[in-house]
Design a protein around this ligand. Structure first.
Ligand SMILES: NC(=O)c1ccc[n+]([C@@H]2O[C@H](COP(=O)([O-])OP(=O)(O)OC[C@H]3O[C@@H](n4cnc5c(N)ncnc54)[C@H](O)[C@@H]3O)[C@@H](O)[C@H]2O)c1
Ligand SMILES: CC(C)[C@H](C(=O)O)[C@@H](O)C(=O)O
Ligand SMILES: [Mg+2]
Length: 354
């Protein structure tokens, strides 16, 4: 069980250190090797996804990632920015299926942005397509053109999905719904965008193959609203890369914090990259303030999906439940009456619970 560990930038190394300690404590035969991705890789090699990292990631069974990016690199040419490293590894490893489970731990009911009665028992799986859409569509660019008689800068991207891309992500979503609450909500913007009209047509065609799953469609603006109005109407949500990026950050706050939302990005064989859904949080980096639980829970997803170590995955998840029940809280989920701790101390608590 070979794991390529990519701590990344900002809070990445801090949260990753805790996830690695947890994995070490499990007594599984895990081999972990570190490499550079993102801004740290740009600084060391000029490339956000260096060849050495690519080799290690491709040879590993799974990749565990902290987060990449930060203001230090925002002025670089786009191809050299940390985020391109992240998109590069996702594309290179064909990680088209991004699973983002938004689960409310009962202890965090008061930390949720919504009233406890609206979120109690919340358990949504967001299935986000991850290697297509406007993120990767060509052409794209910024250039000066004559528009309405005046030369001015024009910026453009292309939202595009091919049928095979839509089918394979919908298959993941239908199958997930079949194993869970049997409800699938496909989120699109078919009233405006051809690309997502095709998405909706294909979802309707595929629904015939999954008679047990109740398929519904929702326009993305309504979905954003429904998520904060009545989130428990959702079981599995499936959507494209861009809408999924936005809706998953929104959903994270229903569970108390973006620091609680793990993710798995899988290829067709469940080889995967596992990372928290949040970013490198430059505002709190280096201060021992970041919540490491999303990364620790991402490691649990890795044990489950790539390594078939269900018992170990549950041990980690139960340890997280236990530390929350014991009252340990990083700042993002703190409320009066609980025990405020830092990143490292939260890791200590999870280890003790294990
Ligand atoms: N997967 C990734 O590597 C990833 C994801 C999102 C953003 N980014 C990058 O991260 C950088 C910062 O982006 P941003 O500020 O928009 O989003 P962000 O997710 O890094 O931070 C948003 C807010 O959430 C807080 N936050 C995030 N993670 C937290 C944690 N674990 N514990 C406590 N608080 C946490 C931050 O302090 C900040 O206030 C950008 O360069 C962006 O491109 C990377
Ligand atoms: C950093 C960025 C490229 C990335 C994305 O948009 O996919 C992030 O926001 C995420 O959600 O993983
Ligand atoms: Mg995002």
């Amino acid at each position: 069980m070979k794991i390529c560990v990519l701590p990344g930038d900002g809070i990445g190394p801090e949260i990753m250190a805790q996830a690695v300690r947890v994995l070490d404590a499990l007594d599984l035969k895990l081999e972990m090797e570190e490499a550079l991705l993102g801004g740290c890789a740009v600084d060391a090699t000029g490339n956000p996804y260096p060849e050495a990292t690519r080799k290690l990631a491709r040879a590993a069974d799974a990749v565990l990632l902290g987060a990449v990016g930060g203001p230090k690199w925002d002025a670089l040419p786009r191809e050299q920015r940390p985020e391109r490293g992240l998109l590069g590894i996702r594309k290179d490893l064909n990680l088209f299926a991004n699973l983002r489970p938004a689960i409310l731990y009962p202890e965090l009911a008061n930390a949720s942005s919504l009233k406890p009665e609206i979120v109690a028992g919340l358990d949504i799986l967001i299935v986000r397509e991850l290697t297509g859409d406007i993120y990767f569509g060509q052409p794209r660019g910024i250039e000066t053109r004559e528009v309405e008689g005046t030369p001015q800068r024009v910026g453009w991207n292309t939202m595009i999905y091919a049928e095979y891309e839509i089918r394979r992500i919908l298959k993941v979503a239908f199958e997930a719904a079949q194993k869970r609450g049997k409800k699938l909500c496909s989120v699109d913007k078919m009233n405006v965008l051809e690309c997502t009209q095709l998405w909706r047509d294909i979802a309707d065609e595929m629904a015939n193959d999954y008679p047990e799953v109740e398929l519904s469609h929702m326009l993305v603006d309504n979905a954003a609203m429904q998520l904060v109005r009545a989130p428990k109407q959702f079981d599995v949500m499936v959507t494209g890369n861009m809408f999924g990026d936005i809706l998953s950050d929104e959903a994270s706050m229903l569970t108390g914090s973006i620091g609680m939302l793990p993710s798995a990005s899988l290829d067709a064989d469940n080889k995967g990259l596992y990372e928290p859904s949040h970013g490198s949080a430059p505002d709190i980096a280096g201060k021992n303030l970041a919540n490491p639980l999303a990364t620790i829970l991402s490691a649990a997803m890795m044990l489950r999906y790539t390594f078939n170590q269900e018992a170990a995955a549950q041990r980690v998840e139960n340890a997280v439940k236990k530390v929350l029940a014991q009252g340990y809280r990083t700042g993002d989920i703190f409320e009066p009456g609980t025990n405020k701790v830092g990143t490292r101390e939260m890791g200590d608590a999870v280890l003790a619970a294990l």
